[in-house]
Ligand binder design. Structure first.
Ligand code: EPU
Length: 302
């Protein structure tokens, strides 16, 4: 979608929004899939309520982009614009056991920055690509931990109330790869309360998680992490593997030969290819096990 109305363009300039017309979203997602649209980069969080009013009044649909690492975006010219936060410098400020982190901060860098200051707990998230905001929204987790356990406070633009609010940790429910935020709420910043741990000990935890991840996941390849959530008491990866579906492909969309719940873009896969592969695998698992796998990956198609 292209913004061409001079009134809207003027409004964006006034709010100090950086407009990147016709951005190819494939370049902004870890799957390397996605069509084009206007990208609006937000430098000041306070401008968000006015920006969203401007877009609403002019009937311009929008979506919020984090790190693009758990996302499958449709092909071609997209029917909405994309908003993205520009991270301030510094994006992590420490205060005792509290880490105040901007939502646009890189997750891995945040984990290592806190580790260097003897704050641990998030070792399992090392190697998970994306931003703190994205990790928060999905309640990212691995190796027995989840980010929600450490959340003290969240600054969020609440779409329904159309304003920025501060929520305490207990006001948010964090479940397995799910939170109580509405789909169009926008994470702005989070305060994490992290346990004190000597750097050396955290480093050892990070090394162990890195090793496990390297041994079981296709790290150097274009993917969105796990495609499906694990059904209660079972592993989607194991089920898909047991059906012999590793390397099953549609075009360049392929089930990883390393971990069957990772689908990789091995070349020029389109969203159409990836969606067809997801549907095919879901169908086969449903027929074999009577279980309907639910997407973990977020799909922006149409
Ligand atoms: N397995 C297979 N074949 C495969 C993949 C897995 O047999 O192709 C088996 C493994 O041998 C193991 C079991 O299935 O016995 C579980 O596998 P794994 O330990 O890799 O964990 P997972 O349940 O597949 C979850 C998360 C990952 C996270 C890992 C490590 C989900 C959907 N996935 O994977 O998170 O990194 O645990 O804690 O919850 C993600 O969220 O995108 C993600 C990759």
């Amino acid at each position: 979608m292209r913004i061409s109305d001079p009134k809207v363009l003027g409004g964006l300039a006034k709010l100090d929004i950086e407009l990147r017309p016709g951005t190819l979203l494939a370049a902004l997602t870890s799957l390397g899939i996605g069509g084009t649209t206007d990208l609006l980069r937000i430098k000041k969080q306070e401008s968000i309520p006015c920006l969203l009013r401007l877009l609403d009044e002019n009937h311009i649909p929008h979506k919020f982009l984090g790190g693009g690492s758990n996302l499958l975006v449709g092909d071609g010219e997209l029917p909405w614009v994309v908003l993205q936060l520009v991270s301030p410098e510094p994006d992590v400020i420490l205060e005792g056991n509290l880490a105040h982190v901007d939502a646009a901060a890189d997750l891995g860098r945040t984990v290592t920055f806190c580790a260097k200051h003897d704050l641990g707990g998030m070792e399992g998230l090392i190697g998970v690509p994306g931003t703190i905001g994205g990790a928060l929204r999905m309640n990212a987790g691995a190796y027995g931990m989840q980010i929600g356990s450490y959340v003290r406070e969240v600054k969020v633009y609440r779409a329904a109330a159309r304003r920025i609010e501060i929520l305490r940790g207990h006001q948010i429910s964090f479940e397995y790869r799910h939170t109580s935020f509405a789909p169009d709420d926008m994470m702005l910043a989070v305060t994490l309360e992290l346990p004190s741990k000597p750097f050396k000990e955290i480093l050892e935890g990070i090394r162990i998680c890195n090793e496990k991840r390297r041994a079981s996941q296709p790290l150097g390849q274009k993917s969105a992490g796990c495609i499906f959530k694990n059904p209660p008491g079972a592993s989607a990866g194991r089920m898909i593997d047991e059906l012999g579906l590793k390397t099953l492909s549609v075009g360049d969309a392929r089930v990883s030969d390393r971990h069957a719940n990772f689908f990789v873009n091995s070349g020029k896969a389109s969203a159409k290819d990836m969606l067809a592969l997801i549907a095919d695998v879901r169908d086969r698992v449903q027929k074999a096990y009577g279980v309907t796998l639910e997407n973990e990956v977020v799909v922006w198609n149409g």
